[in-house]
Design a protein around this ligand. Structure first.
Ligand SMILES: [Zn+2]
Ligand SMILES: [Zn+2]
Length: 275
């Protein structure tokens, strides 16, 4: 049995749709024992997608207020989702979710890997010789390096390049070269962080058939000694636990003996046996 919790939630201070308090109330209604906010940390590009200094200050004030107001009902954690290219200071937060959302292009642009295909396709054509696999390899190289060096508390949506590749539009996700790029990144990442999220946000927001990462990569993560935490990557309060049943069965089937959830007191992670 899993203790309901999620370390990955957004608010209107970045790109979330529901207020932080609506998210807390939804979590309580769903029986969550803890809830972590992970606003997109500030960055010098795509500024409306992330928090700037003033929005970060307002976010911190509001999450602190909710921590006090709902103490005794649910443990609320103040975190951030920090992209590799963010400039935010982790000392302002209780935990960090580390993610890669962008690839820097030679022309200076930042390509959002979860952006629309009418950005991705021309970028692959112009900067990766039309080779979608090379694009995926570039993503994994940056992800592995970032997690190893920055050492976040949790790794966000590991195979985000699958967001635009549901039907193999960009590369073959079963090909040995793709799997090698992803597993090499896992080998690097685990040196900096051993807690990987099972992220159901794509299921909630874009109809993905399952969470990040895919089952094959999850199996590899377990084999190298990695741990997991369930995460909603939630942008709307009513979707707070969307996809959790499927994600939980995937964790069980992959053979994990325990899973993390955000602690109910002062320790960041507690662990529950997976049965
Ligand atoms: Zn993200
Ligand atoms: Zn997110």
């Amino acid at each position: 049995m899993f203790s309901l919790s999620s370390p990955h939630n957004h608010t209107p201070w970045c790109d979330g749709k529901s207020t932080a308090e609506e998210m807390v109330q939804s979590a309580i209604r769903h029986g969550f024992v803890s809830l972590g906010f992970s606003g997109h940390a500030k960055q010098d590009f795509d500024v409306f997608y992330a928090m700037d200094d003033s929005r970060e200050a307002a976010y911190i004030t509001e999450i602190r207020r909710l921590q006090s107001q709902y103490a005794g009902q649910i443990r609320i954690w103040l975190g951030m989702e920090r992209d590799r290219y963010s400039t935010a200071d982790r000392n302002n937060f209780e935990y960090v979710l580390g993610s890669v959302h962008y690839l820097p292009l030679p022309d200076g642009a930042m390509l959002p890997v979860d952006g629309p295909m009418d950005m991705i396709i021309p970028a692959i054509r112009d900067h990766f010789g039309g080779d979608g696999l090379a694009y995926a390899q570039a993503y994994y190289k940056r992800l592995g390096e970032y997690i190893k060096d920055y050492r976040p508390d949790i790794i966000g949506h590991f195979d985000l390049v699958m967001r635009n590749n549901r039907n193999g539009e960009l590369f073959d996700p079963e090909s040995p070269a793709y799997l090698m790029a992803a597993t090499d990144a896992m080998d690097q990442a685990i040196m900096g962080c051993d807690v990987l999220e099972i992220n159901t946000g794509g299921m909630a927001r874009s109809g993905a058939p399952g969470p990040y990462p895919t089952r094959g990569l999850l199996d590899y993560w377990r084999q190298i000694g990695g741990q997991v935490i369930m995460a909603g990557d939630c942008h709307q309060a009513r979707q707070i636990a969307h996809g959790y049943e499927l994600a939980a069965s995937m964790v069980r089937d992959a053979g994990f003996k325990k899973a993390a959830f955000l602690g109910r007191h002062d320790v960041l992670f507690e662990w529950v046996e997976v049965v």
